[in-house]
Ligand binder design. Sequence first.
Ligand SMILES: *Cc1c(COP(=O)(O)O)cnc(C)c1O
Length: 236
Amino acid sequence: MTRSDELAAGLASTRAKLAAACEAAGRDPGEVSLLPVTKFFPASDVALLQALGCTEFGENREQEAAAKAAELADARFHMLGHIQRNKAKSVARWAAMVHSVDSPRLADALERGAAAALDGGLRDGPLPVLVQISLDGDPARGGVPRADLDELCETVAEAPSLALRGVMGVPPLEADPEAAFAELAEIRAGVLERHPGAGVFSAGMSGDLEVAVKFGSTCVRVGTGILGRRPLTSLP
Ligand SMILES: *Cc1c(COP(=O)(O)O)cnc(C)c1O
């Protein structure tokens, strides 16, 4: 089996799982996008996925993603991982969307980066941003605690070079996924009420996408289910 065959099989089984999850939840499959997560895998895999019809990809390390974005000019990369503020300027150049904004200081740094990228002709519109919610306040997992969420959403919404598009959530380790996604869905509904343009709900990965779809996910981020087990070290 060639690598392309393997990826095609991973895509087909993930799409089937997603379709079944939508059906079970009584949802239109067109409402839920599938974002292949290519972190740790080489740019050649991204190129094979492009040939199979994928256009957007998730990454979680700035350096690795910037290198892939430079190599593959027509692939669009979403930033899913923690962002050090000194990397915000670079992220604002290559990211099609950032899912992991979790502090006003990071939002400010991305605003400055996005403004510079717009000025320099490196972007043609504001940087779409999701605010990452933390249910348990675990700093290792990232995300803004619920108590600080409204203020962060305001900061992003007021930033002229950022566009608040929604929220991202990852259930805490050991959490019951049903309870966690239910809570995220409730928080998400509150954000959407205050920010009608923030309709994206990035929730669900290889292991829990069915539950996430049941609770309203509009974007599932799938790595292992499409690309297989990740190599142990990051690229480049
Ligand atoms: C790696 C990663 C994923 C994909 O995880 P899988 O379990 O391999 O599907 C999804 N979301 C984020 C934020 C990630 O870092």
